[in-house]
Design a protein around this ligand. Structure first.
Ligand code: NAP
Length: 436
């Protein structure tokens, strides 16, 4: 019997577990270990609450968790309750699927002022992540800025612009929907350091902005290159640019009180304010020959009492695991970090791609492992049994998938009408739902 430990129960962790279970059949036991008693990582804490169809993929992960030979061990933090070296002692291979939960820093003056938050924090707040339940972002000002031109920036801008009824059917947590309902926000400015052609936003997500109840997109047609330049673009990307051009050609709806302003060629250089964020100083840019943003020296101020920096994520380093500082991920070669130690998903590739990208990623690493460690050969590792004994010595009480089902039942029972669940936002409440 082989024993595998996958650390992290987001998409990358589950696809890898699925692949290992398929590759080894009854000759391996796969444990999915998570810091929390609740599984699914990015699906629960990252994917926007008003994008429920994307979250439906968790049903597939449930099937994996219920597969013979696959176990879920929750409430166990790697690096705190157990080390990588200890897991390697207990398991034939350890696969890090820990994602990229930290915000990249802007590296500009003023970014630590109150009122400046990272998208991981802001998204975590509205998605009920226990680390960010108390974020309390200031929503009492009329002007908000979101920095970055990716899909996460769009998620943040959209959530800030929606009205309460537009969250019907979502699982946005109560503290967030109440705060957003009382928000004074009128203008959300999305700052892109490059131009419309350089956005990393996809058509579906952009298209939604044209149908918001209370907010109209505002795009300056002068920011675009000539229309012919769109022809060279990849079709999906071209579609996004076409949507932006449509926004530019349409006057904002006077009946809608809010605006979502796309400010292109705008590189943040400082955040200023009297003890808290009040404005961002941006420098006008132009594209250099390589397509990078080059400052023009011309600066101006964009008022913002809340600044959401959405410029990408990184994987936190882990003791004893080689780390790629620049890429913000574990140093690895095609998923292999070291002998018997692997990385999958964002911890392997960095924070890019869709949920589905993690499927081939996980299968590829499972193949690597299967080639290095054929099933049926003598394994000396004890796996979960040894881990439980170690955790017991440390008074750590792990949870299993049935425990999650009980938590889920409570969350479903607490849901607002029409909502799939009301998430518990405290670790103590998850454990409380289990009578601990
Ligand atoms: P992303 O797609 O990499 O976008 C990051 C953005 O930040 C880019 O526009 C980048 O501009 C900008 N940026 C980076 N450093 C900056 C700086 N110092 N100053 C100003 N701007 C800066 O990252 P993401 O939005 O966090 O998304 C992560 C992944 O999740 C992506 O693959 C995304 O598609 C995916 N995602 C998908 C969905 C969905 O399918 N619905 C939803 C959310 C996220 P440059 O291009 O100039 O570097």
């Amino acid at each position: 019997m082989r024993h595998f430990a996958i650390v992290g129960s987001g998409p990358a962790g589950f696809y890898t577990a699925e692949a290992l279970a398929k590759a080894y059949g009854d000759q391996a036991h796969v444990d999915i270990i998570d810091r929390y008693a609740v599984p699914y990582g990015l699906i629960r804490f990252g994917v926007a609450p008003d994008h429920q169809s994307l979250k439906a993929v968790s049903k597939r992960y449930d099937k994996v968790a219920e597969t013979e030979g696959v176990g879920f061990i929750g409430n166990v933090t790697l690096g705190q309750d157990v080390s990588v070296a200890e897991l390697l002692d207990l398991y034939d291979a350890v696969i890090l699927a820990t994602g990229a939960p930290h915000d990249r820093k802007l590296g500009i003056p003023g970014e630590d002022l109150p009122g400046v938050v990272g998208s991981a924090e802001f998204v975590g707040w509205y998605n009920g992540h226990p680390d960010f339940a108390d974020l309390d972002p200031p929503l009492d000002g009329a002007e908000v800025a979101v920095i970055g031109n990716g899909n996460v920036a769009l998620d943040c801008a959209r959530i800030l612009s929606k009205t309460r009824p537009e969250f019907d059917g979502s699982d946005i947590v109560n503290h967030a929907i109440d705060a957003l309902d009382g928000s004074a926000v009128k203008t959300v400015t999305i700052l892109g350091r490059r131009g419309p052609h350089q956005i990393a936003m996809t058509p579906k997500e952009l298209g939604e902005l044209g149908h918001l109840d209370a907010s109209s997109p505002v795009v300056d047609g002068a920011d675009f290159p000539p229309l012919e330049a769109d022809e060279a673009l990849e079709p999906g990307h071209r579609k996004s640019i076409t949507i932006l051009r449509e926004f530019a050609a349409t006057a904002p709806d006077p009946a809608k009180p809010r605006r979502m302003v796309f400010d292109f060629f705008a590189k943040p250089v400082a955040i200023e304010g009297d003890g808290k964020a009040e404005r961002i100083i941006v420098e006008r840019t132009e594209l250099d020959d390589s397509g990078a943003a080059r400052g023009t020296g011309q600066t101006y101020a964009v008022p913002a009492t809340l600044v959401v920096s959405s410029i990408g994520y990184s994987t936190p380093p882990m003791d004893g695991v080689p780390y790629d500082e620049r890429g913000g991920k574990f140093r690895n070669d095609g998923g292999k970090i070291a002998d018997r130690l692997y990385a999958v998903g964002w911890a392997r590739r960095g924070p890019s791609g869709t949920i589905g990208t993690n499927r081939p990623d996980g299968y590829e690493v499972a193949e690597l492992i299967a080639a290095a460690m054929p099933g049926g050969s003598d394994g000396e590792k004890v796996g979960a049994k040894g881990l439980r004994a170690l955790l017991d010595l440390r008074s750590v009480e792990p949870t299993n998938f049935d425990d999650w089902r009980r938590i889920e039942e409570s969350e479903t029972g607490n849901a607002r009408p029409g909502s799939p669940r009301e998430k518990f936002v405290r670790v103590a409440d998850w454990l409380g739902a289990l009578g601990r």
